[in-house]
Design a protein around this ligand. Sequence first.
Ligand code: NAD
Ligand code: GDD
Length: 328
Amino acid sequence: MKRALVLGGGGFIGSHLVKRLKGEGFWVRAADLKKPRYAETAADDFHVADLRDYGSVERVFEGGFDEVYQLAADMGGAGFVFTGENDADIMHNSAQINLNVLEVSRRIPVGRIFYSSSACMYPEYNQLDPDNPNCTEGSAYPAAPDSEYGWEKLFSERLYFAYARNHGLTVRVARYHNIFGPEGSWDDGREKAPAALSRKIAMAPEGGEIEMWGDGRQTRSFLFVDECIEGTLRLMRSDFAGPVNIGSDEMVSINQFADMIMQIAGRTLTVRHIDGPTGVRGRNSDNALILERLGWAPSRPLAEGLAVTYRWIESQVKLGCSDSAPDA
Ligand code: NAD
Ligand code: GDD
């Protein structure tokens, strides 16, 4: 039986990936600081472990693996990564995990290792025009990410390729573009726009208003988690090392995005624009390279995944309301 290891397997993408690998017949070990919050893990073996600790990483790798997916990171949405308040933790924690994982990977046999980088590593100067951002893989240099989170991702991408070059590891690197779906953060300060706006729309009083950071003319694309995992597995098992974008190229403004969610929710609310961390002015996945190298690119319309996600968040909101309702 093939063996897979999912680091960050208690997190959003990691827990979905574990389910998918189990469905494919893998024996799966997951490791994370915490178990998944919203569902039982599907992993055969779950290590609650701090991957900043080298000894813990060694234990997690015991037995060797055909496929290792490195998703563990200190991360979140704009409210977590773009305020500046978490910069030292983000850089230290995520870099430490990646340094440990690579050092252990060259001592314990692993087949292939996947690293989840981010669109946040692209230079800010190519993302100033909301209608025309440039996120082609070749546009990474001269490097100028707009956040320390992006700099750490860029450093770690390079680290993975350096270990491939010098120590013979087989690595695959993807740059994820804003992944969303059920069972992701929606209320803990790390939530991204899809979950945050869905929560605000689900919770607003009838005919009320929601707050949105910035003027709403900033643009993004959002990729449903199932397609993120499909792309990840296709890359892992291909002969292309990357780095390659895994994202949607259906770009929307955040105003349009909120309108889409309101339509799904069947609610008409007023949007109040407030100051907040906004990140780059425009971002969209460029999918030419993934299509060329993997013969595949995400294609599911944004509205489909958004409807599934909104319904899940709405159910969480209702659950929260009933949890906190006083005893009658
Ligand atoms: P997530 O926060 O849900 O999952 C990351 C997991 O890493 C968490 O469960 C966390 O507990 C774990 N972790 C953090 N520090 C750890 C430590 N010291 N030891 C063990 N586990 C630790 O995030 P996600 O959305 O599932 O993202 C997965 C990966 O994809 C991350 O590397 C992230 O940077 C990258 N990524 C995600 C997106 C996105 O939109 N979700 C976009 C770009 C890149
Ligand atoms: N989170 C959030 N919450 N964002 C909001 C809100 C809100 O209430 N209102 C408006 N926004 C705006 C943000 O200001 C930002 O301009 C845009 O919606 C998208 O925000 P996020 O989804 O939080 O993050 P991002 O797209 O800027 O960056 C995310 O994606 C990267 C990959 O593409 C982050 O999660 C990064 O960590 C990730 O690497």
